[in-house]
Design a protein around this ligand. Sequence first.
Ligand code: TMP
Length: 235
Amino acid sequence: MKLLYEGKAKQLFEVENEQEIYVHYKNSATAFNGVKKEEFEKKGVLNNTISALIFEHLEKNGVRTHFIRKVNDTDQICQKVTIIPLEVITRNLVAGSMAKKYGLEEGKKLSQPVFELSYKNDELGDPLINDDHAIALDIVTQEELAEIKQQTHRINTVLKDLFLQAGLVLVDFKIEFGKTHTGDIILADEISPDTCRLWEVNTGEKLDKDRFRRDLGSVMEAYEEVLGRLEHAKS
Ligand code: TMP
């Protein structure tokens, strides 16, 4: 298969059907814009499986995603889209860069979810931008941004509930959207412990990529725990 694109966590290959792509989830974990890097056996399997399960759950709950089907342990077929270069972040509790930037304690409650946009550009380190930047720089139209916000709000509601059933608090997460050949905006990329902060509901234990970013150890054990809990919650 012809490699179309290689990112830090996934490879995208061409398939015969021009409307589809073949997504391979890699075993690499990176943080701080690729500065910290490590290979984890099974990471590809875990994130492919978790992402597929979440996309299927979202579809069942009325959210359109790029996911079509899992091919094997590490790979899935998705709809081909043009990725909108925005990292769309939702925060339900203060953590990570928000805690750091505003001098707040991690875990602080927010009276409503916080919606943030970063301009997806590795060379610039994905800088934070606001709605006006995104529109004035022609990254999205006002209508498209409204649609992205509406879908993101719905995704947050569905995922918060799914994770809570699995005994996990969805602290914050990053998603990406893509445009189909007909101009529809749908959820794309991945949703996994790489892209979400997930805290065990009773103990507050971190079960996501912060284990890797912060050298907390047991990274894949945490991802396995997330998958096991999600499978149990859905059965
Ligand atoms: P932050 O607190 O570091 O800004 O991260 C917010 C959320 O976005 C968190 O769930 C981790 C996720 N994230 C990514 O998926 N990719 C990234 O490159 C970064 C910086 C964060």
